[in-house]
Write a protein that binds this ligand. Structure first.
Ligand SMILES: Nc1ncnc2c1ncn2[C@@H]1O[C@H](COP(=O)(O)OP(=O)(O)OP(=O)(O)O)[C@@H](O)[C@H]1O
Length: 289
């Protein structure tokens, strides 16, 4: 399946047939993407290949096969890779922070790695991204004294430094409280005005709130691609609730005391429920198997 989200504004990220194996396991299998400005969410079950795909897009891991173009450059070439990394922000799944540093020192250090040589600019930029993630009043504390959610925001600020044109975020909302999750939406929307944001998440509500486009991965492949509304629409007429188990359901789950929700082929007389992104996701991942 080829996934294209770009409009006249052009493609910022393109992959053709990228594949990554670990021994006999194919973690990413023949993925074709063409992404432009906006926020793309990657959903998929545990082990689907989301992190591996994002690591490839962040130039941390090279694919075994296929080609990759990031911001019009080929990261297989060392010179182009350096240029891409300057313009790319990456939040790994388990960020490693120097906990003896302050947030300001940490973000400044990431800016140095991106070869920003103007120290005064770096300091202003680090302070600005820390303000943007709500850590303006903590930027001089040692990271080890901050809560888990705050440390996650330091990592997020490190990804945002230098106004990247390509932002790759592995489960960015992990550990954030509801207020910070909402604040994250504004920060990402700002990047998405000028560039491409690719994020992985297990939270379908987040996808509906944040993303213009969704990719569903399963066993290394993109098994579905479209808007959040279209993903919910997949379950139109195929989701219903009852008090009993339903043999025609592909998936059923308890939603409250004695109430079950089902996706699949409703039995005669069942009244369809309003579908959600969750329903569509459960249906397409089930159908992909
Ligand atoms: N470095 C590695 N060495 C060997 N196998 C790996 C490695 N990294 C990932 N895998 C395997 O590749 C597959 C895809 O893993 P990946 O972490 O990309 O999935 P994921 O969709 O991000 O999962 P999760 O939702 O649990 O984070 C899994 O079977 C995993 O065990």
């Amino acid at each position: 399946m080829t996934t294209t989200t770009h409009t006249a504004t052009g493609t910022l990220l393109e992959t053709a047939g990228i594949t990554k194996r670990f021994g006999s396991l194919t973690a990413v299998d023949d993925v074709d993407l063409g992404l432009g400005r906006g926020i793309v969410g990657v959903l998929g079950p545990n082990g689907a290949g989301k992190t591996t795909l994002l690591r490839i897009l962040a130039t941390v891991l090279a694919p075994d096969r296929g080609s990759l173009s990031l911001l019009g450059l080929d990261p297989a070439s060392p010179t182009a890779r350096t240029e891409v990394r300057r313009r790319l922000g990456y939040l790994p799944q388990s960020p490693r922070l120097y906990t003896g540093f302050t947030p300001l020192e940490m973000v400044d250090y990431v800016a140095i790695l991106k070869e920003h040589t103007d120290a005064a600019w770096r300091r202003r930029e680090a302070a600005a991204v820390l303000e943007a993630v709500g850590l303006g009043d903590r930027m001089h504390k040692r990271i080890r004294t901050l809560s888990g959610g705050m440390q996650q925001r330091v990592a997020l600020a490190s990804a945002l430094v230098g106004s990247p044109d390509l932002l790759v975020l592995d489960e960015p909302a992990t550990g954030l409280d509801p207020e910070q999750r909402i604040a994250l939406r504004s920060v990402l929307a700002e990047t998405a005005h000028r560039g491409c944001v690719v994020l992985s998440t297990h939270n379908t509500a987040e996808v509906a709130a944040l993303c213009q486009h969704v990719l569903v991965m399963d066993r290394g492949r993109i098994c579905w691609s479209g808007t959040p509304a279209a993903l919910a629409g997949e379950a139109e007429g195929r989701v219903w609730e009852s008090d009993v188990e339903e043999p025609t359901a592909l998936r059923s789950w308890l939603t409250g005391p004695g109430t079950r929700r089902h996706v699949g082929t409703p039995p005669a007389g069942a009244s369809p429920a309003v579908p959600t992104v969750d329903d569509g996701y459960l249906l397409v991942t089930r159908l992909a198997r």
